[in-house]
Design a protein around this ligand. Structure first.
Ligand code: AMP
Length: 184
């Protein structure tokens, strides 16, 4: 199941719940908890990701806090790779490096442990995972962070891409991008 049919895509997409006006008015929040609590749909999605990435030349999977942990850590265990968390500021206990990025109002930041990819021989190859790409700010900062940590992001994977925001435009200049589902 390396390629999903439209029926497969619709099946997964229909398990994701839209929550209007969360976390603020005007935002339609894509709630993946309804995908996760549907064992058949969650399994189907993880089997697809396993099939796609099991023979990829990667050393680690990095997931973005917090929903990227759910898919990233599950996939890492399935395909026998190390998992690396990319977290919000001041959550990681050891020495970190960080990357700031712009939001609509203000800035945000992501952090990684300085030695996150140290077990690799040479430059580690990393697959980045998050649940969703909207403006692309978070994922672009995460790719820069992986590079700053001395590794190479070989692909960024999202369960859902909100394509009208064209958030994948900048990140495509830095790495390859795969989105399981795309919606306007
Ligand atoms: P962005 O940096 O704008 O691409 O936003 C991506 C991050 O924010 C991801 O970690 C998502 O989990 C979260 N996010 C942004 N917009 C939404 C949305 N409409 N529904 C659910 N999560 C969102």
């Amino acid at each position: 199941m390396i390629t999903l049919s439209q029926t497969d895509r619709d099946y997964i997409l229909n398990t994701i719940r839209d929550v209007k006006d969360f976390p603020k008015p005007g935002i339609v929040f894509k709630d993946i908890t309804t995908l996760l609590n549907d064992a058949k749909a969650y399994n189907f999605l993880m089997d697809h990701l396993e099939e796609r990435y099991k023979d990829y030349d990667i050393d680690f999977i990095a997931g973005i806090e917090s929903r990227g942990f759910i898919f990233g850590a599950a996939l890492a265990a399935k395909i026998n790779k190390g998992f690396v968390p990319i977290r919000k500021p001041k959550k990681l206990p050891y020495t970190t490096i960080s990357e700031k990025y712009s939001l609509e109002y203000g800035v945000d930041e992501v952090e990684i442990h300085i030695d996150a990819f140290r077990p690799a021989k040479g430059e580690a190859k990393v697959l980045l995972i998050d649940d969703l790409i909207a403006t692309g700010g978070t994922a672009t900062a995460a790719v820069s962070l992986i590079n700053k940590a001395g590794a190479k992001c070989v692909e960024a994977c999202f369960i859902l891409n909100l394509t009208t925001l064209q958030g994948d435009k900048e990140i495509k200049e830095m790495t390859s991008v795969y989105s399981v589902l795309e919606i306007d």
